[in-house]
Design a protein around this ligand. Structure first.
Ligand code: KG4
Ligand code: ZN
Length: 342
């Protein structure tokens, strides 16, 4: 079964054709990052306009590259939530139009479920159940993936997402948007023990899950450190700050993730989302999982960031579970990952 995936939740317009949820026949991404960089972050209005301009060409290219026409496509899977509403609406309406014109099935895909599915493409053996750390620009979740279409969040960020925490710290050091990627590279050359950043302990707060994260204190600590040095006219030791900060964020993520795995008895661990490309997160998890005898799955780096192959992959599993959408499908800016459990 061939599914055309469409993704437009943030600043990448993407389309892909995937066979039976696992075999990628094409995967096209048109990124707008250069334009948003001018403003230090994604400008929603610009994102929507660029999606509207790019979507026809991107879908055409995905079909051509897969040597398909719309007649070969069995269903269209589209990201409908969560994300920037105007951006999502471009993909959703385009997918609805295609389905109406060619009498195809429409499948609505949750963006974070799609990130998790990037692992089904990267490792053909991977099957639920497993425990997944989903870390992107907008979300940080620990998710029990009980089946392809049944998930439960057991820990999440109380404030900033991990990607956002990286991007904001990078911005304070003058690293252009999206700074997380560059901060990761610079950190490789720094001394991670030169500065001590706080390690928040949240489970003592009322209403917190044992596995919740918080990054706002860390972010404030790094911004204060930079401002303090600037006020004193000192040179900012960017490499060491990047290294120490990355170590602190990564240890918050790995501590809670491994604690949850141990408490709940998961031995199959998976990571997903833009931040899953982080070099230290990957290295540390690899060695910690090896020590504990856990099997770790990580998406190939090119599939960590937003793409439509992951949307088509999750779309396949939603489709076979009976999650088919109708022509009144709407885009939703905020939606929990378990809202479409089957
Ligand atoms: O999943 P994603 O592409 O988009 C969202 O759904 O949000 O994630 C983008 C986020 C950005 O915050 C970006 O800085 C971060 O992922 N990111 C990284 C790395 N690569 C991307 N953060 C840390 N280290 C990286 N290597
Ligand atoms: Zn994403």
């Amino acid at each position: 079964m061939k599914i055309l995936g469409i993704e437009s939740s943030c600043d990448e317009t993407a389309a892909a054709v995937v066979q039976d949820g696992r075999l990628v026949l094409s995967n096209i991404v048109a990124t707008q990052v250069e334009e948003h960089r001018l403003y230090g972050g994604v400008v929603p209005e610009i994102a929507s306009r660029r999606h509207a301009e790019n979507i026809v060409g991107v879908v055409d290219e995905a079909l051509n590259k897969a040597s398909c026409t719309l007649d070969d496509i069995d269903a269209v899977a589209v990201t409908y939530a969560p994300g920037l509403i105007g951006a999502l609406l471009v993909g959703v309406n385009f997918a609805k139009g295609l389905c109406l014109a060619k009498d195809m099935k429409l499948v609505a895909v949750h963006h974070l479920r799609a990130h998790i599915a990037s692992n089904y493409i990267s490792d053909l053996e991977l099957k639920p159940p497993f425990l997944c750390l989903v870390v992107s620009g907008g979300h940080s979740h620990i998710v029990e993936v009980k089946s392809y279409t049944n998930m439960k969040v057991i820990g999440k960020t109380r404030d900033d997402a991990a990607g956002e925490a990286f991007d904001k710290a990078a911005r304070a050091m003058g690293i252009p948007y999206p700074g997380g990627i560059e901060l990761d590279k610079i950190a490789e050359e720094g001394d991670e023990n030169a500065f001590d950043f706080p390690h928040p302990k949240l489970n003592v707060l009322p209403g917190s899950s044992l596995y919740d994260f918080s990054f706002s204190g860390l972010k404030t600590a790094v911004i204060n450190l930079i401002h303090n040095k600037e006020q004193k006219g000192e040179k900012i030791p960017v490499k060491d700050i990047c290294a120490g900060y990355r170590k602190a964020v990564v240890s918050c993520l790995t501590d809670n993730f491994l604690k949850a795995a141990e408490d709940l008895g998961y031995k199959k661990l998976v990571i997903a989302g833009g931040v899953s490309a982080n070099s230290l997160l990957r290295r540390n998890l690899e060695s910690l999982c090896q020590e504990k005898g856990y099997k770790l799955y990580m998406p190939q780096k090119s599939l960590c960031s937003d793409n439509a192959a992951m949307v088509a992959s999750q779309g396949y599993y939603e489709f076979i579970a009976g999650n088919v959408a109708s022509q009144d499908l709407n885009a939703i800016a905020t939606l929990p990952i378990d809202a479409q459990n089957r």
